[in-house]
Ligand binder design. Structure first.
Ligand SMILES: NC(=O)C1=CN([C@@H]2O[C@H](COP(=O)(O)OP(=O)(O)OC[C@H]3O[C@@H](n4cnc5c(N)ncnc54)[C@H](OP(=O)(O)O)[C@@H]3O)[C@@H](O)[C@H]2O)C=CC1
Ligand SMILES: Nc1nc(=O)c2c([nH]1)NC[C@@H]1CN(c3ccc(C(=O)N[C@@H](CCC(=O)O)C(=O)O)cc3)C=[N+]21
Length: 362
């Protein structure tokens, strides 16, 4: 029998209507947009096997004459901020009662610009939440044994509850070997084969659910999108996004189809989907005519393109042709400001969960 751990049902949507005159999706435009209402938070900081179904508030956006209207934008940044606020509260409570805070260690190899940005964002998010963070950076040409030694030190450090090895690693390093050196109890990314295996098996509980897939599901639930019984398409089958996302959607009783680079006629398959989660890394892959009217679209893809006018020297493009898709979908996540901030919030959530387990703190 399924154990339903979450008890609260979400009825509100954190989102905004797409401004049809504005197709740029920067997080600043989103956070300044009108917010319908905060939902009562449903972030369960333990691991749910399944969430209860919520009201299908975002399933169909067609007008009376069946013309699709603009999609609701699922504001990942806003939702992530709310979750991070809740995490910070719990960290304070932990500090007050046990005298300890959660600790996250990040291992970064090389100096890829996007990795540096992601790691910096993770460190800032930790600071904001009161979580201790340590970053160990190695040069691109480093020795594998040195990386494993650093990992082992973090494994043994009782003040560290989560360890993240920033991916991708340089070619000469063996990702499988490095990741398998990570202590299961500290695998806050949820990439360990045992965590992934438990996610895949019915009746089993992984210690950690991978952050991006967990963030995608959290976005759907908080936007009142019903998952149970829906046709979901996941584009991409990678170990870090596509595969665990498809497993998680299945755990929520969606009927899941996985598309990959060799799939024939992908647009025909996506057109049948109520929910499309895309993580291919191919910019603008998903066009408006790939979607069923009223579909919910979660865009995980982040493809960096040079842009000297941006602070980091690049801007991100998603997998979805936003301009087209937002006219067909009922709800859509922007890039940036959609899944990305949720990934970080879920990392903090997993780190807090790990510390709670370590200190037997509820
Ligand atoms: N926002 C966030 O928090 C995060 C964003 N990302 C982003 O998500 C994207 C995917 O990341 P990741 O999973 O690590 O990438 P990978 O390159 O590991 O996997 C990409 C997957 O997409 C599939 N694919 C590639 N081209 C096509 C195509 N034309 N049609 C259908 N499927 C295709 C590949 O298929 P095949 O298996 O056949 O090669 C593969 O399974 C990237 O843009 C990444 O930057 C990743 C993590 C977090
Ligand atoms: N071990 C490991 N775990 C990961 O979770 C992991 C990884 N390696 N390698 C790379 C991918 C990518 N990833 C992102 C995290 C946050 C944003 C994010 O916050 N994006 C912001 C924008 C950030 C920016 O400005 O560049 C947004 O979409 O709004 C994006 C992508 C985690 N990944």
């Amino acid at each position: 029998m399924m154990i339903v751990r979450r008890t609260r049902v979400i009825t509100n949507i954190i989102s905004r209507r797409v401004n049809s005159n504005c197709f740029t999706t920067s997080s600043s435009t989103i956070s300044s947009s009108p917010i319908l209402k905060f939902p009562s938070s449903l972030l369960s900081l333990d691991l749910p096997e399944i969430w209860p179904p919520s009201s299908p508030a975002v399933t169909n956006c067609c007008t009376a004459n069946d013309q699709p209207s603009a999609a609701l934008v699922i504001d990942g940044k806003l939702i992530a901020d709310e979750i991070r606020f809740r995490i910070a509260e719990q960290v304070r409570r932990m500090k007050d009662s046990v005298g300890k805070v959660p600790g996250l260690a990040v291992i970064l190899v090389g100096d890829r610009r996007d990795s540096l940005t992601y790691v910096r964002n993770k460190v800032i998010a930790c600071e904001d939440a009161g979580i201790k963070s340590l970053v160990t950076q190695f040069p691109q040409n480093c020795n594998q044994d040195d990386v494993i030694r650093a990992l082992s030190n973090f494994n043994e450090d009782p003040s560290i509850h989560g360890i993240l090895v920033q991916l991708p690693l340089p070619q000469h390093l063996n990702e499988e070997k490095i990741l398998s050196a990570l202590k299961l109890e500290k695998d806050v990314d949820g990439f360990h084969p045992l965590n992934m295996g438990n996610l895949a098996m019915r009746g089993r509980e992984p210690l950690f659910i991978p952050c991006t897939p967990k963030g995608c599901i959290e976005l759907l639930i908080r936007s009142s999108v019903e998952i149970m019984g829906k046709n979901a398409v996941v584009i991409g089958r990678s170990n870090i996004v596509g595969l665990p996302t498809s497993l998680l959607l299945q755990r929520h009783h969606a009927t899941v189809t996985i598309l990959h680079a060799l799939t024939k006629n992908p647009e025909q398959i996506t057109r049948e989907a109520d929910i499309v989660v895309t993580a291919s890394g191919v910019p603008n892959l998903v066009r408006g005519n790939w979607l069923k009217p009223g579909a919910v679209v979660i865009d995980v893809g982040t493809f960096p393109v040079e842009d000297p006018s941006c602070e980091n020297g690049y801007r991100l493009i998603g997998d979805v042709c936003y301009e087209e898709a937002s006219k067909v979908a009922s709800a859509i996540t922007p890039v940036p400001g959609g899944v990305g901030p949720m990934t970080i919030a879920m990392l903090l959530s997993n780190t807090l969960d790990s510390a709670k387990r370590a200190y037997d703190f509820t």
